[in-house]
Design a protein around this ligand. Structure first.
Ligand code: HEM
Length: 116
């Protein structure tokens, strides 16, 4: 088995930490599902911080499908998966991604061509 370098380990740690941050945003969204207007400015600001880090807006679209793909086998195993459930999760991620894009300059708001 290939030995992981310290850069690989650092990257893997950052990805794990970022996943926790994403899930905190999902929780914030779900907790405020009845009055999203209260959290929209926070999510827009989060988009702006991503723009300032140089992250292309179309990358934001990829997180939902990656999440759905990752949890699908776990849910199937427990007989909890349904297409309806997956579509709801995809819609939540899509909406977060669209809100984040409001923090990007208009000419930088793109959508991944595979997800249009
Ligand atoms: C659904 C989409 C995403 C959500 C909800 C999200 C959420 C967050 C949050 C809450 C933070 C910490 C707050 C901040 O520093 O501004 C953060 C930081 C960061 N995000 Fe994201 N993010 C998303 C997509 C992405 C993508 C696609 C990338 C890169 C390809 C990315 C890269 C980063 C980086 C580099 C940081 C700073 C380092 C870190 O905190 O891990 N994010 N993100």
């Amino acid at each position: 088995m290939k030995k992981l370098s310290s850069t690989d380990l650092e990257m893997s740690r950052s990805i794990k930490e970022h996943s926790v941050r994403i899930m905190a945003v999902i929780k914030l969204y779900v907790d405020n599902i009845q009055h999203l207007d209260r959290i929209e400015p926070n999510i827009e600001a989060l988009g702006q911080s991503h723009f300032e880090r140089g992250i292309k807006s179309e990358y934001l679209d990829v997180l939902g499908p990656v999440f759905a793909h990752t949890i699908r086998p776990l849910l199937v195993k427990r007989e909890l998966w349904s297409l309806n459930l997956e579509e709801v999760w995809l819609a939540v991620f899509k909406n977060i991604s669209e809100l984040m894009k409001r923090g990007y300059p208009k000419d930088k708001r793109k959508t991944s061509k595979f997800l249009k």
